[in-house]
Write a protein of this length. Structure first.
Length: 273
């Protein structure tokens, strides 16, 4: 199904996540003529992708009609500078979607015209391959049609979960937004442990990457819970059980993850202030 919008789309910020969204929209058939991109210096790969579709990056955007959607994909620290400059472009039917971690709906609304429809969303980096998961929360001004439009844009990079309790976005950001970094760290540590056990670094890295990628795909496809899948790999008194006894000990991996997610959620709340 070709992705279509009721009006122009303005993407502000074409870094890693903004670029991933843009690439997915173009793959879904969104007309490049309906897209405008504002970014002072996108990554070379994004700039090349845009050039191949006839898209130009603009340091400042002037639009003849208000955009149907403005997607904000800049760092949270830049919002207080970016949003007031964009406010004159916002029309009565414009939907503003922010994927900047931290700033609340109230923060965003305060920098935009009164009554602006705003969605706060948090995709994660697997969006780059269409396997992301995005948590989203809308203010009261977002219509069902605008929520559906937001769904179409975000589902281009993976699954979308809507929540009504905005404060939960801090915990969701800590789990799914930051989560890929935890998995990459696990791969890094697993490879390092393999080297410590006597494997060559290249072999250890290959084993760690393949194991985590394969286990992740099995988890995605399986109807079993993570706990059940873990138990299926674990023979009593076997090799895996010996490792899990260390990882699942008191103050082990479970407690570390609770502390890590709590720290990330706390930082997300700090960014919203």
């Amino acid at each position: 199904m070709t992705l279509r919008l009721p009006g122009p789309l303005l993407l502000v910020g074409a870094g890693k996540m903004g670029g991933a969204l843009l690439a997915s929209w173009l793959r879904e058939g969104l007309d490049p003529a309906s897209i405008m991109v504002q970014d002072p210096g996108p990554p070379p790969e994004t700039a090349a992708m845009m050039a191949s579709h006839g898209l130009r990056v603009r340091p400042k955007v002037e639009m003849p009609v208000p955009p149907a959607v403005i997607v904000i994909a800049v760092k949270p620290q830049l919002l207080h500078r970016v949003l007031p400059a964009l406010a004159p472009l916002v029309g009565s039917q414009t939907l503003v979607v922010s994927i900047a971690a931290g700033p609340t709906l109230a923060n965003l609304q305060s920098l935009l015209p009164p009554g602006t429809a705003v969605v706060r969303a948090m995709p994660n980096t697997p969006a780059a391959i269409g396997q992301g998961i995005t948590a989203a929360c809308a203010n009261a001004e977002v219509t069902p049609e605008q929520a559906h439009l937001c769904d179409e844009l975000l589902e281009a990079v993976g699954e979308v979960i809507w929540i009504g309790d905005e404060p939960l976005l801090d915990a969701l950001t800590a789990v799914s937004g930051s989560g890929p970094a935890y998995v990459f760290l696990l791969a890094e540590y697993l490879a390092a442990a393999g080297v410590a056990a006597g494997l060559e670094p290249e072999l250890a890295t290959r084993l760690a990457r393949g194991t985590i990628a394969g286990a992740g795909e099995l988890l995605r496809r399986s109807e079993l819970s993570p706990a059940e899948l873990r138990k299926n790999v674990t023979s009593p008194n076997g090799v895996t059980a010996a490792a899990l006894e260390v990882l699942m000990a008191e103050d082990g991996l479970g407690d570390l993850f609770k502390k890590a997610v709590a720290a990330a959620a706390k930082r997300s709340r700090e960014l919203s202030s």
